[in-house]
Design a protein around this ligand. Structure first.
Ligand code: NAD
Length: 251
């Protein structure tokens, strides 16, 4: 696919067994990158690291809470001690909640923004100095189709707003660091075939499928391969961009 030999990649939220982050971590390792599996979920971290090493790849696990600056800084320190560089940051950790605006509390709003936006800010900021010194970096963040057309059966307005904030933040950062050899891009998946999709009642699932021109949810591999491309040398002139991966559900 896209060669990433000698690259060091951090993937936040890559400890979810059936999640997108784990597949991203596996895909980057498969292309030759040393991968840092960073998550709150210790068991999940171990599981992803084992999957990578069993497949012949290189990986370490780091416990991370993206909302906590000390935790983020400690992760960066550990990665630099282990590998001496950081080439790729994938801001994948994210949370959602199904709630209407009428029922939403300020705590709900704060919790979602803390992870999806402020956590992404802390992680992105923490790798900038290293990437600037290297004159190379790739920051790739997970937005969502719901940033542009509102959420559906899964997320609330706080989720859509946080994922829209990710787009604006990334474009601004892309302008700031373009001169330093760092690209900053987003992917915006539509509905992906993860646990949350399987939990949908059949009637809701039918309605969702009917709204997707391709007639199916996305597969985690389809998100991971786009991220591997954006992380690669081949994507060197793409920055401040956002790639929709949604089977045509928003064009
Ligand atoms: P998931 O819940 O399976 O995985 C998210 C991971 O993030 C979990 O391992 C969790 O432990 C970790 N996490 C949560 N809070 C954290 C914190 N404070 N610090 C560190 N790690 C934390 O989710 P997923 O479905 O794989 O989604 C991954 C990303 O893709 C999210 O940003 C999500 O918003 C986005 N996305 C998902 C879909 C979808 O259909 N699944 C669609 C569009 C966008």
């Amino acid at each position: 696919m896209f060669e990433l030999n000698d690259r060091v990649a951090i993937v936040t939220g890559s400890g979810s067994k059936k999640g997108i982050g784990r597949t991203i971590a596996l895909a980057l390792a498969d292309q030759g990158a040393a991968v840092v599996v960073a998550d709150l979920n210790l068991e999940g971290i171990e599981d992803t690291v084992n999957a990578i090493t069993e497949a012949g790849g290189r990986a370490i696990g780091v416990e991370l809470n993206v909302t906590n600056k000390e935790s983020v800084d400690a992760m960066v320190e550990k990665v630099l001690a282990e590998y001496g560089r950081i080439d790729i940051l994938v801001n994948n950790a994210g949370i959602s909640q199904k709630v209407t605006v009428q029922d939403m509390t300020l705590e709900d709003m704060t919790r979602v923004f803390n992870v999806n936006m402020f956590g992404l800010f802390l992680c992105s900021q923490a790798v900038l100095e290293t990437m600037k010194n290297q004159k190379f970096g790739r920051i790739i963040s997970l937005s969502s189709v719901s940033a542009k057309r509102g959420g559906g059966v899964f997320g609330g307005a706080h989720y859509s707003a946080s994922k829209a904030a990710v787009l604006g933040f990334s474009k601004n950062l892309a302008r700031e660091v373009a001169v330093d050899g760092i690209t900053v891009n987003c992917v915006a998946p539509g509905l992906v075939n993860t646990e949350i999709w399987k939990s949908l009642p059949e009637a809701d699932a039918k309605n969702v499928i009917a709204s997707i021109p391709m007639g199916r949810p996305g597969e985690v591999k389809e998100i991971a391969s786009t991220i591997a491309f954006l992380a690669s040398e081949e994507a060197s002139y793409i920055t401040g961009e956002e790639i929709d991966i949604n089977g045509g559900s928003h064009m």
